[in-house]
Design a protein around this ligand. Structure first.
Ligand code: ARG
Length: 561
């Protein structure tokens, strides 16, 4: 798309002006051109003011300009290049017809593998809204990686090991028969969990009981192992229901327990590297002054979250053959990942620089305080999705009461609204959750993008004329829209490079704005008949790009709404 034209134009400038490298920028105002070549850096060597240089360069470049260039003009210290409308439109529409499925894709990442750890909930607990973020941001980054040609392994690293499973098993053995495990397995499991922790606050003996049962689990006691497996199955069933709702896919589900066998070898590696030290009976690695030491083994010999993450990072590098390892996890775990990556570096693993913590902020709800799964006062992902779907249904009923398949459409709109809202903000910031904004069909929302797609589809459906590029479109709004559409691929690239799906989400909003501005001002089907096929082609291009972009963000769009 635009970067191909950028590369071609840079090549032309290089040749004509005999310069080594050319960096082109995008002018803010389309009237100035599609690309701009800044010439400030020549002022010193040429001993001339940038505007004079821009003038001379423009003249030289204009003489031999390629046939797709309309004009080359100086403006201040820039040489502005404007492409021919006809050429741009033919170029865009050809792309649209050729690769609807891989529109804007690149082969940049070919032959390289990205392992992305996302969602990764803790077994026996409902996914919190934090896990919703980890899930949808991870899925979007995974899809962005695919557009850049990478091989991708999407990994769900379940929190499936630790003393809490001893506690839960103890609770199940003692109180399990009081709960409706047959009818409501997951709810029962979670209620047991909450009860154990509430009781343990009053009765300190319970903690000890839990630890003893966990010890049995670590020693592979068949009775406890069987319970553990049951907890895992019950939880996965519930998670899969929610993943289905969100259309989330993983390539690998591999929990923390998978690395039990790797822990001792990892400790050995640390020892061999000479970085393991004793501190108050615990085994630790001391880090730079700004960080607390990374604890590898507690004084009672128990391993820690960090030990497992060291083992799993090595596994991802060596066995999964990762070239990049990404962790989509809340910002509250920043120190943990800094420690893990630094320890990897100290172990001599240069590839620790290819590990990235993709952090995100917290959601804040007005009526509910900070979340704590322990206490049972927590906002669950499931509740938020259910509420969104209900609200979407209500809005659809008001706006379009005769619509068929209202349930399915409400699901697409409700879920789409939540996911889009999640991805639109800068991920690192905390978000104040506001239902009105999330579902606003006219605001910067998922439903707004879906609605624009539906509008395009309905225009295309209404006409018997086939979309086809016949006559060049010359209004300002059409040119703006064509230009906007041509930039799609850049947002895929930047979205992945910076691990920022919000760049793509914002691009889609801007594209909707450009389309709706055009739609408000010009008649598409009833205007100048000779222009209708081209205009329909522009509608089709808009629809294709919006739908492809939404899909990369993990959102589907309904046929009607
Ligand atoms: N289970 C953890 C949690 O819910 C997230 C795990 C993230 N991945 C990792 N490799 N540490 O907080």
């Amino acid at each position: 798309m635009i970067e191909e034209l950028k590369a071609q134009t840079a090549e032309f400038i290089k040749k004509t002006l005999k310069v080594d490298s050319v960096d082109l920028e995008i002018p803010k105002n389309l009237e100035h051109g599609h690309l701009a070549y800044p010439v400030f850096s020549f002022a010193k060597t040429l001993k001339k003011a940038p505007p004079v240089i821009a003038q001379e360069f423009s003249k030289a470049l204009s003489e031999g300009k390629p046939e797709y260039v309309e004009s080359i003009n100086p403006l201040g210290g820039y040489v502005n290049v404007l492409f021919k409308n006809e050429f741009l439109q033919a170029f865009l529409f050809k792309k649209i017809s050729e690769n609807e499925n891989k529109l804007g894709y690149s082969s940049r990442g070919q032959g390289k593998r990205v392992v992305i750890d996302y969602s990764s909930p803790n077994v026996a607990k409902p996914m919190s809204i934090g896990h919703l973020r980890a899930t949808v941001i991870g899925q979007a980054i995974r899809n962005l990686a695919v557009t850049q040609g990478y091989e991708v392994t999407g990994l769900n690293y379940l929190g499936d090991w630790g003393v809490q499973f001893g506690k839960l098993a103890w609770a199940y053995m003692n109180w399990g028969n009081e709960y409706p495990f047959k009818e409501k397995p997951f709810e029962s499991l979670y209620n047991l969990y909450v009860r154990f922790h509430e009781d343990a606050e009053k009765n300190k003996e319970l903690e000890k009981e839990g630890s003893l049962v966990f010890k049995r689990l670590e020693e592979n006691d068949p009775e406890i192992s069987k319970l553990w497996k049951m907890f895992l199955d019950i939880s996965l069933k519930e998670y899969n229901r929610i993943y289905g709702l969100l259309n989330i896919k993983f390539d690998l589900i591999q929990g923390e327990s998978f690395h039990n066998k790797d822990l001792e070898p990892t400790v050995d590696l640390l020892r061999e590297a000479g970085i393991l030290e004793e501190s108050d009976g615990a085994q630790v690695v001391f880090l730079g002054e700004d960080k607390p030491p990374c604890i590898i083994k507690k004084s009672d010999g128990a391993s820690l979250y960090a030990t497992r993450d060291l083992a799993s990072a090595i596994y991802r590098k060596k066995d999964l053959k990762a070239d990049k390892i990404l962790y989509v996890v809340g910002v509250d775990q920043t120190l943990h990942f800094q420690q893990v990556f630094e320890v990897l570096g100290k172990m001599g693993f240069g590839w620790s620089k290819d590990c990235h913590h993709i952090a995100f902020g917290m959601y804040r709800f007005k009526d509910i305080g900070r979340m704590s799964t322990r206490k049972g006062n927590v906002v669950f992902m499931d509740d938020v999705l259910t509420k969104a779907i209900e609200l979407a249904k209500k809005i659809i009923k008001e706006k379009n009461p005769d619509l068929k398949n209202q349930d399915e459409i409400a699901r697409l709109v409700g879920v789409g609204a939540i996911v889009f809202h999640d991805l639109l903000g800068d991920r690192v910031k905390n978000v104040d959750f506001d239902w009105d904004r999330v579902l606003d069909f006219e605001g910067d929302s998922g439903p707004y993008v879906q609605y624009t797609i539906v509008r395009c589809k309905s225009i295309l459906r209404k006409s018997d004329i086939l979309p086809k590029f016949e006559k060049t479109l010359n209004t300002k709004e059409e040119q703006e829209l064509v230009n906007q559409l041509l930039h799609y691929s850049e947002y895929l690239k930047n979205g992945f490079e910076h691990f920022k799906p919000n760049l793509l989400a914002q691009y889609l909003i801007d594209t909707c704005r450009a389309f709706n501005l055009y739609y408000a001002k010009h008649k598409i089907l009833t205007g100048d008949a000779a222009l209708v096929p081209s205009r329909l082609m522009l509608v089709k291009a808009t629809e294709t790009i919006l739908a492809s972009g939404l899909k990369v963000l993990g959102i589907e769009s309904p046929a009607e709404m």
